[in-house]
Write a protein that binds this ligand. Structure first.
Ligand code: ACO
Length: 433
């Protein structure tokens, strides 16, 4: 971790200098250790959006945004997507190594034993409006889990931490599918534990008690891959939210509810929903030109949703896999003439050649394609971000556990550059103007 390097900071106004150690990770850029900065200099760093700030040490996920590389515990996402499955990746993120055959079977058994919800939780759903956004429902229900599973709330007990991790991974598809069923006015489907994680989720979403659910293996595989590709992504907004909430000692269910809230925003997980809304708004390929001129206009706040990424300034490696899956799903379902999907493919081609996007290194991100796949398999637009939350729960809880187990971890408490009023006397109401 520590390197022999240091950097020197000098204050031009008085010539004072301070040395700060440089820490080296196993790969990726080195970091300047500024933990003593305030104590030594009386100054803070200023970094809105944390574009230059490492908030923690982590061994889970590595991203090289310039090269378009994403590794989980050292394994490349493209290789995992090709050769692994979501349960293995979940095990890997949580435990640091790929499971042996026996460990994998045990893990699947454990997860499938936790898929049901406390029956009282179903009454919770009935308190929501039928037209509530499913992200609002999921956020509420996941937060409420802490009111039901008191036996896994002690964050200082490693066994309880692991049980809550298993519970969250296992119950998220059930919670998400119930949110959908409630909005559709259909009966809740109980989980069926002999199905795969993805298959069970699809059946809970699309099955009805009156008929046997027939699984399409291409869609089951695509769903598994989508879950894998969204499982973790280093210290993004929602993961940092989970860590920050957890740094105060909050219970894991509350922390994951906070993560879901953060994911919901259109700049983050809400982008897959925003992509479809944008395509619907454009409506026809003849309107693409006008739309792109709005995107490029500095005075217009329109963005090309599903393009660009804070870290990837090259192709998002998940988007490469997702693009392939997208074409597989469209072919398997025999979808040839969906005007919205045609529009998406045309937008992709135009934007990839357009000087504005090329010069700013704005490539399609994972959400551009996941939205299209979800639409093709019949998932309603409002559920898109919920599916992302189901997948990301694995990463969130792995990152939360890593933080709790890190002896260096402290309550998260950023500082600020204050530019408001300095101290002034209170003005009585009759004297105010
Ligand atoms: N459309 C048009 N212009 C864009 C876009 C976009 N999608 N993204 C960035 N830009 C432009 C900005 O206007 C800015 O231009 P300027 O330098 O002339 O001012 C430049 O590219 C840099 O953009 P920033 O906003 O500074 O980049 P940042 O790293 O903060 O933003 C973000 C990343 C939020 C993802 C952004 O690219 C965006 O809004 N994309 C659309 C939403 C989206 O798809 N989000 C999903 C992210 S992936 C995920 O969460 C799984």
């Amino acid at each position: 971790m520590s390197s022999n390097r240091s950097v020197t900071l000098s204050d031009d106004s008085n010539g004072k200098t301070w040395k700060f150690p440089v820490l080296a990770g196993s790969t990726g850029p080195d970091v300047i250790d500024v933990r003593k900065l305030y104590g030594d200099t009386g100054m803070f760093t200023y970094d809105p959006g944390f574009t230059s700030t490492g908030s923690c040490e982590s061994k889970i996920t590595y991203i090289d945004g310039d090269e378009g590389i994403l590794l989980h515990r050292g394994y490349n996402i493209a290789e995992l997507a090709e050769r692994s499955d979501f349960m293995e990746v979940a095990y890997l993120l949580l435990n640091g190594e790929l499971p042996t055959a026996e460990e994998k079977a045990d893990f699947i058994h454990t997860i499938s034993r936790h898929t049901m919800l406390h029956e009282q939780i179903t009454t919770f759903y009935r308190g929501f409006r039928r037209d509530a956004h499913p992200m609002a429902v999921c956020c509420g229900v996941v937060g409420a889990l802490s009111a039901f599973y008191h036996d896994s709330l002690d964050i200082n007990d490693p066994h309880q931490r692991m049980i809550s991790a298993h519970r969250l991974i296992a119950k998220m598809p059930t919670i998400a599918a119930m949110a959908y069923k409630y909005s559709a006015g259909q009966p809740f489907m109980y989980p069926q534990n002999n199905l795969s994680y993805a298959g069970n989720f699809l059946r809970m979403l699309f099955g009805v008690p009156a008929e046997e659910y027939v699984m399409n293996p291409v869609i089951e595989k695509a769903m598994d891959r989508i879950l894998m590709l969204h499982a973790d992504h280093e210290q993004n907004a929602s993961t940092s939210t989970v860590r920050l909430a957890g740094s105060s000692g909050a219970n894991p269910f509350a922390c994951i509810a906070a993560g879901i809230a953060s994911l919901w925003g259109p700049s983050h997980g809400g982008a897959n929903e925003a992509v479809l809304n944008m395509l619907q708004h454009i409506g026809d390929r003849k309107n693409i030109g006008t739309f792109l001129s709005r995107v490029k206009d500095k005075n217009d706040h329109t963005r090309l949703m599903g393009f660009g990424h804070r870290v990837y300034k090259n192709y998002d490696p998940r988007a490469t896999v997702m693009r392939k899956t997208c074409h597989e799903v469209l072919a398997s379902l025999g979808i040839k003439d969906d005007p919205l999907l045609d529009l998406a493919m045309e937008m992709e081609q135009i934007a990839l050649k357009d000087e504005y996007f090329v010069s700013k290194k704005l490539y399609p991100n994972v959400d551009f394609y996941s939205g299209i796949i979800f639409r093709a398999i019949g998932i309603p637009v409002s559920m898109f971000t919920v599916l992302f939350a189901v997948a990301r729960t694995t990463g969130w809880i792995a990152q939360w556990r890593e933080m709790i187990e890190d002896p260096q971890s402290k309550i998260g408490r950023p500082r600020q550059l204050y530019t408001g009023q300095t101290e002034r006397p209170y003005v009585p109401i009759h004297a105010r103007k």
